[in-house]
Design a protein around this ligand. Sequence first.
Ligand code: FAD
Ligand code: NAD
Length: 476
Amino acid sequence: MSYDVIVIGAGPAGYVAAIRCAQLGLKTVCVDAWQDRDGSPVPGGTCLNAGCIPSKALLESSEFYENIHRSGRHHGITVTRAVLDVPAMMQRKDEIVRDLTTGIAALFKANGVEWIAGHGQLQPDCHVQVTPHAGEATVIKAAQVILATGSAPVGIDAAPLQDDIIVDSSGALEWQSVPAHVGIIGAGVIGLELGSVWRRLGAEVTLLEAQDVFLAMVDQQIARTALRLFKQQGLNIHLDALVKSTQVVDGSVVLDYQDRNGKHPLKVDRLIVAVGRRPCTDGLASEEAELLLDEGGFIHVDADCRTSLPGVYAIGDAVRGPMLAHKGSEEGMAVAERIAGQSAEVNYDAIASVIYTQPEIAWVGKTEEALRGSGTAFNSGLFPFAASGRARAMQETDGMVKVLSDAATDRVLGVHIIGAHASELIAQAVIAMEFGSSSEDIARTVFAHPTLSEALHEAAMDVGGRAIHIAKARRT
Ligand code: FAD
Ligand code: NAD
């Protein structure tokens, strides 16, 4: 069979690319290898099946459960008995995933995208060998190929996965009861989100992080606040801690970890390995195809997602840049438009990151550390949620908004938020940066009262030293 475009991978990068190609009149097929628990093919990739969506469903349910106990009393509401039903919680998560993946299959159909379940391998001259889950391999060809094969969890020798006892992020989204003590190797995004889920549901949670810096990619003023708040919530976070060995004994995990004070034993009921993800590129291209990979197995691409091969593009987690669903989707749309002869660009400087803890952490642009490192002169404005009327009404006073702007031009270079609904608030900063706003532009914009968004307004005003609702001495 011959197509205009073959997309390999139906995660948020690949399925969005395929739909956009079809919208632009290109005859498009999407080849994807994902199978659900009972072996049925499902589109959506990691994001829908084992990532963004199931983790957010459980974060939402577990926060709801905790709020019944934690926040109720502040509002004058006492709940004497809330009963946790973990299998029902898991079923709700599975239904959300099923609805959304069914939706993608429907979108494929509505847009005329052909969907083939199976493993795709790139061959020379834009040919792709498709090996179905059962049956003979076939070869299809196209004028252009988009590689969107995503990523998979990294494993470590000291903690090989075992049944539902030592698991990766996918396994930790499936437990049907609350373990008494959950250990997590890696206090990164996944470790903190899944650690939050199981802590809120009643588990003791211990995170062992190899680095001596907490959340090194986050603005360190925000990271320090986060570490303090997470520890207050009861997350046991050990930095500079390297797991040396693990052993499953009588259904529990006995491990040893090393920190600057020496070796320590730890016994946990379940262990999550969350030490990062690697691109899925093993066997993706035949040797004859000569696809160039970067260090770490990422597909080599230029700024426009062109690989080393004519007519072959690559997008999403399988290429450089942050491993985020929205980054992959934007690349997918941009590549489809380039193939259709349009000009399209992804602004990599304005891609927001979010950690969906409580409070949430969200940021876009440069951190204070990065600006200092590059010798960029900047001004900074800060506003704590404790001074926000809406945050007080919500009993959500932890955290702050921080705005960094260029000292010479006042152009916004970074916005960093820790606080309730930071994942939603950050979109305002993304739009401001996309439009090249100055901090004064935000400061002179009228924000509705009382809203959490006013904290962004005040932080921008604080850059110019004119925040109204905070005394200079209290800005810490
Ligand atoms: P994937 O989603 O990994 O999809 C790739 C697809 O390609 C898969 O279906 C795979 O089976 C298929 N495939 C691979 N090789 C082949 C082959 N040779 N032939 C055919 N098919 C193949 N990101 C966010 O932005 N927000 C979040 O809240 C968030 N939460 C996350 C939570 C967890 C627990 C995890 C693990 C990840 C999370 N992420 C989040 C990251 C996000 O899931 C990824 O960035 C995103 O899924 C990448 O999209 P992708 O399309 O590049 O790859
Ligand atoms: P991560 O890079 O965020 O965190 C991994 C952590 O493990 C790091 O802090 C690292 O120092 C630590 N580590 C590495 N090796 C270790 C070892 N041997 N012992 C102890 N600690 C070790 O990676 P992740 O949490 O696995 O997430 C993978 C990717 O998925 C991330 O890049 C992230 O962008 C994406 N993701 C995004 C979201 C979101 O957007 N909310 C949620 C989940 C995952």
